[in-house]
Design a protein around this ligand. Structure first.
Ligand code: NAP
Length: 487
């Protein structure tokens, strides 16, 4: 690590648009700043794409599609495998870059690089397992051939909270399936994606297969591309509000969509749970990524007999977390992404305390530069508090007691979201019963982390459509073609 400097990792990134395999300036010549959320200072400027640059990127993706679809699956997989190895080799530099633009502690950034790289390793292996089918028609007179083909050029949009992994989770299966693509990272964290594009080029990805647009005008650049009709799919990760808007735009040309949207995860702890494990799981589910994760535990429901002990122990653990710049040794609570995020979290806490919730620890913003908010535990949080229904996206753990299993499940399901739910219990029958009744695409059963490239990640209700990762992840980028054969 000693040879890596902050200015060095930022300077090493190409800060232009990546179109047709070339680094190019925005046609307007404009740039926008990337800020360090721990200081509020600009790290650098990156190219600010206009709608015209968007069309150039789409032209490049469309032009590359036919040849790319004909590249052997093994070769596509080997490009991903080489990119996986480069990511692992450069994990320290990439982690520092990510911490600088996003704020999360270095150890977490390093964890994300590994997680991100694993999507490439996984989809390198999936590229050669795209299957098909052969069947005899029921009347015996014909045969059915079923084959899978790439969807075509794709539009990929990613959020700032996992700047690298949300990209590889889409690029990996798209490359494996034989699709070309345009990816647009969030304006707050473009550097990780630009570094990733350079790695994929180095790994041998042909020109035009991946195009990267950085822009301060995401709606203005992406809407014309969605409505153009030549891209055949939109894969989006971000908030439910923006996801809804994009679904409407996609309806115009009936684009295929994958939507990884917001969450409001309940975390249920029953009296029969292993409390040590539940506290550890709660810390992971709440504090991973400073609470800025779609999978973050948003509401803790704890059975009345243990609620006091659980609250006390969680408070002790939260109080002990070192806060600071993510580059500092031992820091766990980094800054939130921007001032608006701090105001949102602060507003949700004030609303809850105004309705009777009690602060056990934290509950305040932090003076000085940077977007810091204290690790916070609230108890006696009433049902009508806004943070019971809104995604907090910050280091705040609201606790509400419950008496019966039915009451806990009803409270957990009382949300428009359905991404993930966490359940802690030692009773196998209860574990399965509750897991089946919870309305979520994923369940953390006695564990506070569900993300795994080899598993199908995704939500139900207004948390999304489709799955990323696992054996189904590649299907999102494949069309099924059935060939009716007359004999
Ligand atoms: P966001 O505001 O919805 O933005 C997500 C992405 O969409 C960014 O790249 C953003 O670009 C872009 N965008 C915003 N408005 C757009 C528009 N009109 N047209 C096209 N693109 C547009 O979400 P965020 O604040 O970055 O991320 C946090 C949200 O993502 C949370 O709700 C979280 O739960 C969700 N999330 C979900 C998952 C999952 O797997 N389900 C994973 C991670 C995060 P700009 O910011 O540059 O405008």
């Amino acid at each position: 690590m000693s040879s890596i400097s902050e200015t060095g990792v930022v300077a090493a990134v190409d800060k232009e648009l990546f179109i047709g395999g070339k680094w190019v300036s925005a046609s307007s010549g404009k740039t926008f700043p990337v800020l360090d959320p721990s200081t509020g200072e600009a790290l650098c400027e990156v190219a600010d794409a206009s709608p015209a640059d968007g069309v150039s990127a789409l032209d490049a993706a469309v032009a590359a599609q036919a040849d790319w679809a004909n590249v052997a699956p093994r070769e596509r997989g080997e490009i991903l495998r080489r990119a996986y190895e480069l990511l692992i080799k450069r994990a320290d530099e990439l982690a520092l870059l990510m911490t600088l633009e996003m704020g999360k502690p270095l150890a977490e950034s390093k964890g994300e690089i590994t997680y991100a790289a694993e999507f490439f390793r996984w989809f390198a292996e999936e590229a050669v397992r795209i299957d098909g089918g052969f069947a005899v028609a029921p009347n015996g007179a014909g045969r059915f051939l079923v084959t899978k083909q790439p969807v075509g050029p794709c539009l990929l949009i990613t959020p700032w909270n996992f700047p690298m992994a949300m990209g590889t989770r889409k690029i990996g299966p798209a490359v494996a399936a034989g699709c070309t693509m345009i990816i647009k990272p969030a304006a707050q964290t473009p550097l990780s994606m630009l570094a990733l594009a350079a790695i994929l080029a180095e790994a041998g990805l042909p020109e035009g297969v991946l195009n990267v647009l950085t822009t301060s005008d995401s709606g203005g650049v992406m809407e014309p591309l969605i409505r153009d009709g030549r891209a055949r799919k939109l894969s989006f990760t971000g908030s439910t509000g923006v996801g809804r808007k994009l679904l409407e735009q996609c309806a115009d040309k009936v684009l295929r969509t994958s939507m990884e949207l917001g969450g409001n995860a309940p975390f249920l702890v029953f009296e029969d749970a292993d409390l040590d494990a539940a506290i550890d799981g709660a810390m992971t589910a709440k504090m991973r990524n400073i609470g800025e994760a779609c999978t973050a535990a948003n509401r803790f429901y704890v059975q009345r007999g243990i609620v006091e002990e659980f609250s006390r122990r969680l408070t002790e653990r939260m109080e002990a977390l070192p806060m600071g710049r993510g580059t500092e040794e031992g820091v766990v609570v980094g800054p939130l992404i921007d001032k608006a995020a701090v105001e949102k979290v602060s507003g949700l806490v004030s609303d809850a305390t105004g309705r009777g919730a009690r602060v056990l620890t934290g509950g305040s913003t932090v003076d000085g530069p940077g977007n810091f908010y204290q690790a916070t535990v609230l108890t006696d949080v009433p049902k009508d508090a806004r943070l019971a229904s809104e995604e907090i996206f910050g280091p705040v753990a609201p606790i509400t007691p419950f008496d019966s299993e039915d009451e806990a499940i009803a409270a957990a399901n009382d949300t428009e979201f359905g991404l993930v739910s966490y359940v802690y219990t030692s009773d196998l029958k209860r574990a399965l019963r509750v897991s089946e009744r919870l309305e979520a695409g994923m369940i953390g059963l006695n564990q506070g982390l569900v993300s795994n490239p080899a598993a199908p990640f995704g939500g139900i209700k207004q948390s999304g459509l489709g799955r990323e990762g696992g054996t189904v992840g590649i299907d999102e980028f494949l069309e099924t073609k059935y060939i009716a054969v007359a004999l």
